[in-house]
Design a binder for this molecule. Structure first.
Ligand SMILES: NC(=O)c1ccc[n+]([C@@H]2O[C@H](COP(=O)([O-])OP(=O)(O)OC[C@H]3O[C@@H](n4cnc5c(N)ncnc54)[C@H](OP(=O)(O)O)[C@@H]3O)[C@@H](O)[C@H]2O)c1
Length: 413
């Protein structure tokens, strides 16, 4: 006996929306059909029958025959409006929109609880790598000690070109834009925002913690210069844009920083637009996942898996909600950084607790020393105004009461 196909209402027909449309046909997926596609721009030519297209969101939201919403638009606020309306109407939602999730995570999770509507978002974190479901399901009984990775293919592509082919930043960025990896405004990628949104989503599944983007430091690769690269190269290292979630005896800290990476680090050989997620755990050791973090089919692949999970009634479990992790006090998170700066106020504002190296690079002063995550978060605006470079050395200590110190990640400079 054949069962009725699930009717999908799709918001967005860009990279992800078109990828999903083609993937469903390509794999001959029989359980669901795209019934309506909502887009915005009336002047764009479309590759699908005009009868499928609508410019009115209500044609999907109010259509009772639509069983499930796939949200793949590039506007986080409008996406939140669409997704929350759909959930209130009891329509399950699958989304790829990490910015919407990071900005409205608490509201969306609350809505999921109050409406009992399924809400899945695997595609929002590292494209094809099934890390959300894996953390949620397979690591439910494991204690995650840290999560690090390469969550943004664009910045990794740029850094790969800088380190492997000695391109300068501007040329590497242009190549990434020409290849379609980077947007015309690359701020979200190179400034570490995109990686931060993904880290925020993983923090919920690894530790049951919901961060607002304002609480999480992100410094990007946008102001690295030749001498910063030369310093790393002289030591045999690379620089990667590394989002980090650290668990120190139940206190969690989260940040995204350019970071010196040594050859024995699993992230060292993650090149070009590849993504990686490294989980360090208490009982089962280190787990590494690598794969395509973006692009039409890799992302659509995750969306399709979520659609199948809706069909088979498999919501996320959020097992870590029942374990008492809490956000670390950022004044207690001591972090060693390489800082290149022009304005002495940057150094003053960061109030270094110790400095163990200082030199001049490209006419700027460089110091390597220890500050706190709180100082870095508070000083982000002045760091950016100065076009300073901040690079983590990998040394992060979290001091708990009575100066009990745990060294979680260690990379000697
Ligand atoms: N691209 C990737 O590899 C990737 C990977 C993971 C996650 N994501 C996330 O997936 C989402 C979509 O990304 P994308 O790359 O597919 O974006 P995109 O190529 O820029 O396409 C965006 C689509 O959204 C539509 N849209 C915008 N506002 C709309 C509105 N108010 N109502 C209906 N449609 C609207 C646009 O309509 P028009 O066609 O009319 O302009 C377009 O079809 C984003 O949240 C992104 O962060 C993307």
């Amino acid at each position: 006996m054949s069962r009725r196909k699930l009717n999908i209402g799709l918001f967005g027909f860009g990279v992800v929306g078109q990828g999903l449309y083609q993937l469903i046909q390509g794999v001959n997926y029989q359980d669901a059909v795209i019934r309506k596609v909502a887009v915005k721009d009336r002047s764009k030519p479309r590759s699908i029958p005009p009868t499928l297209i609508t410019f009115d969101a209500n044609d999907i939201l109010e259509d009772e025959s639509v069983d499930l919403i796939v949200e793949a638009i590039d506007d986080a606020d409008e996406a939140y409006r669409l997704v929350s309306t759909a959930m209130q109407k009891g329509k399950p939602v699958v989304t790829a929109n990490k910015k919407m999730l990071a900005l409205y995570f608490k509201e969306l999770l609350d809505l999921q609880l109050t409406t009992g509507t399924m809400f899945l978002y695997e595609a929002a974190v590292c494209g094809a790598i099934p890390v959300v479901r894996t953390l949620d399901n397979s690591f439910a009984f494991e204690t995650i000690q840290s999560i690090r990775g390469i969550f943004n293919g664009t910045s990794n592509y740029i850094l790969s070109k800088i380190f492997k082919e000695r391109l300068d930043y501007a040329l590497a960025l242009k190549q990434a834009q020409d290849l379609g990896f980077a947007e015309s405004d690359p701020t979200s990628d190179v400034g570490g925002f995109d990686a931060k949104y993904k880290a925020i989503i993983l923090a919920k599944h690894a530790f049951g913690i919901v961060y607002h983007p304002k609480e999480v430091l992100n410094i990007g690769i946008d102001y690295l210069v030749g001498d910063d690269i030369a310093f790393a190269r002289s030591k045999g290292w690379k620089i990667k844009l590394v989002p980090t979630l650290l668990n120190t005896q139940g206190k969690v800290s989260a940040f995204v920083l350019p970071t010196f990476v040594k050859p024995d680090d699993k992230l060292f050989d993650i090149e070009e637009e590849l993504n990686a997620v490294i989980l360090d755990t208490a009982y089962s050791g280190t787990h590494s996942f690598t794969g395509k973090g973006a692009g039409a089919f890799p992302t659509a692949f995750s969306v399709l898996n979520d659609i199948r999970s809706v069909l088979s009634s498999q919501p996320y479990l959020y097992q870590k909600d029942f374990i008492p992790f809490e956000k670390a006090d950022l004044t207690e998170v001591k972090i060693e950084i390489y800082l290149r700066f022009k304005n002495p106020q940057v150094k003053e504002a960061l109030a270094f607790e110790s400095i163990r190296e200082g030199f001049i690079a490209e006419g700027d002063e460089v110091i390597i020393g220890v500050t706190t995550l709180k100082k870095l978060l508070d000083c982000r605006a002045i760091i950016y105004a100065d076009k300073s470079a901040v690079i983590g050395t990998g040394q992060v200590d979290v001091i708990k009461k009575k100066l009990q110190v745990s060294k979680l990640i260690s990379t000697e400079v």
